[in-house]
Write a protein that binds this ligand. Sequence first.
Ligand SMILES: Cc1cc2nc3c(=O)[nH]c(=O)nc-3n(C[C@H](O)[C@H](O)[C@H](O)COP(=O)(O)O)c2cc1C
Length: 366
Amino acid sequence: MASDPLRTKLCDMLGIEFPVIAFTHCKDVAVSVINSGGFAVLGEAMHTPDDIASDIKWIRDRIDGKPFGIDLVLPASVPPADSLEQLEAKIPETHRGFAQEIKEKYNVPDPKGAIDLHTWGGLNQQMARAQLEVLLDERVPVIASGLGNPGFFLETAHERGIKVFGLVGKARQAKRQLDAGVDAVIAQGYDAAGHTGAVGTFSIVPEIAAMAGDTPIIAAGGVTTGRHLAAALCLGASGVWSGTLWLASRESDIDMIIKERLLASTVEDTSYGKSISGMTMRVLTCPWTKEWAKPEAPHALPPPYQMLLSANYIQGANDNRREDLMTEAAGQGVGFVTSMKPARQILFDLVEEALAAFEERVGELA
Ligand SMILES: Cc1cc2nc3c(=O)[nH]c(=O)nc-3n(C[C@H](O)[C@H](O)[C@H](O)COP(=O)(O)O)c2cc1C
């Protein structure tokens, strides 16, 4: 066995000790993972350009020059620059009516303030471009595109010394991004939290690794234990990218109600469908996902319109801490998330378990 099976080309590219990338919306989680030898990518798709700039500064002040990443969504299929009012005006009456029925049936309260999703970069291209400008100006070490091909800004990014990662759910998307020259591809399988495709992690990772040449492939979707990390490396990945794993960490700033739900959830408590955003997405099952899954429900609207409908439900549930209504993106690996540990401990446990898994196999072979 290699002296350190966890030392990969991704570690060399990023100058990190462990081939583990935490995707998180929480700055404290990101800083903890970065300062413990892993890598973190902060999701900023729902933030204004000013907030993104100040979050970048906040992180930089705490990681002593180490690298980090920022994730945006850059879907090409959404309108170029429509205002919120213009977008909302395009939602059909049938869909408004169905959302209203859910609101009345479950007594869903109104949001208390501004709706977070109204600054989501996935609503219109202008919004996403303004967010991207900040990342390019700030020369963040890594920009990750969670949705959409990052090819159009690769040259500018590379000129500024920025590495670009693209997250994909299909081999043909990976091929396009590899041809464009991305620095790494995150091959994400069906198990994953959030927007995800229909191909399983076990199928998509080796398929994309086989076409990637020297470009590192990062496995995502269901990675919640060290055995997953070890398996991902054996499938040809140079690292893992995980989201669900960090959600219930001590540092994570999500509502304690959600943390407790995550800790109690099993693989059967997540749902996969288009009811949240119009794109296939995995979240904790809630009344909204159940109602839209019924045969009599209208088909979900295409992005970004379905997101505008669900945003009122989600924010109303969150602002009023309605445990019976709340939801969050969560992957099928949620069943392995059973205690609320510090992010640093989660990382170290992952590494230790992966090494033990390698040792176990080598021991058996010997
Ligand atoms: C709460 C939550 C929010 C997420 N939001 C985003 C996002 O804004 N952009 C993105 O590219 N991925 C997002 N993801 C998906 C993650 O980047 C990652 O691909 C996914 O969590 C991997 O699957 P896993 O949860 O099984 O580890 C989110 C995941 C979670 C858990």
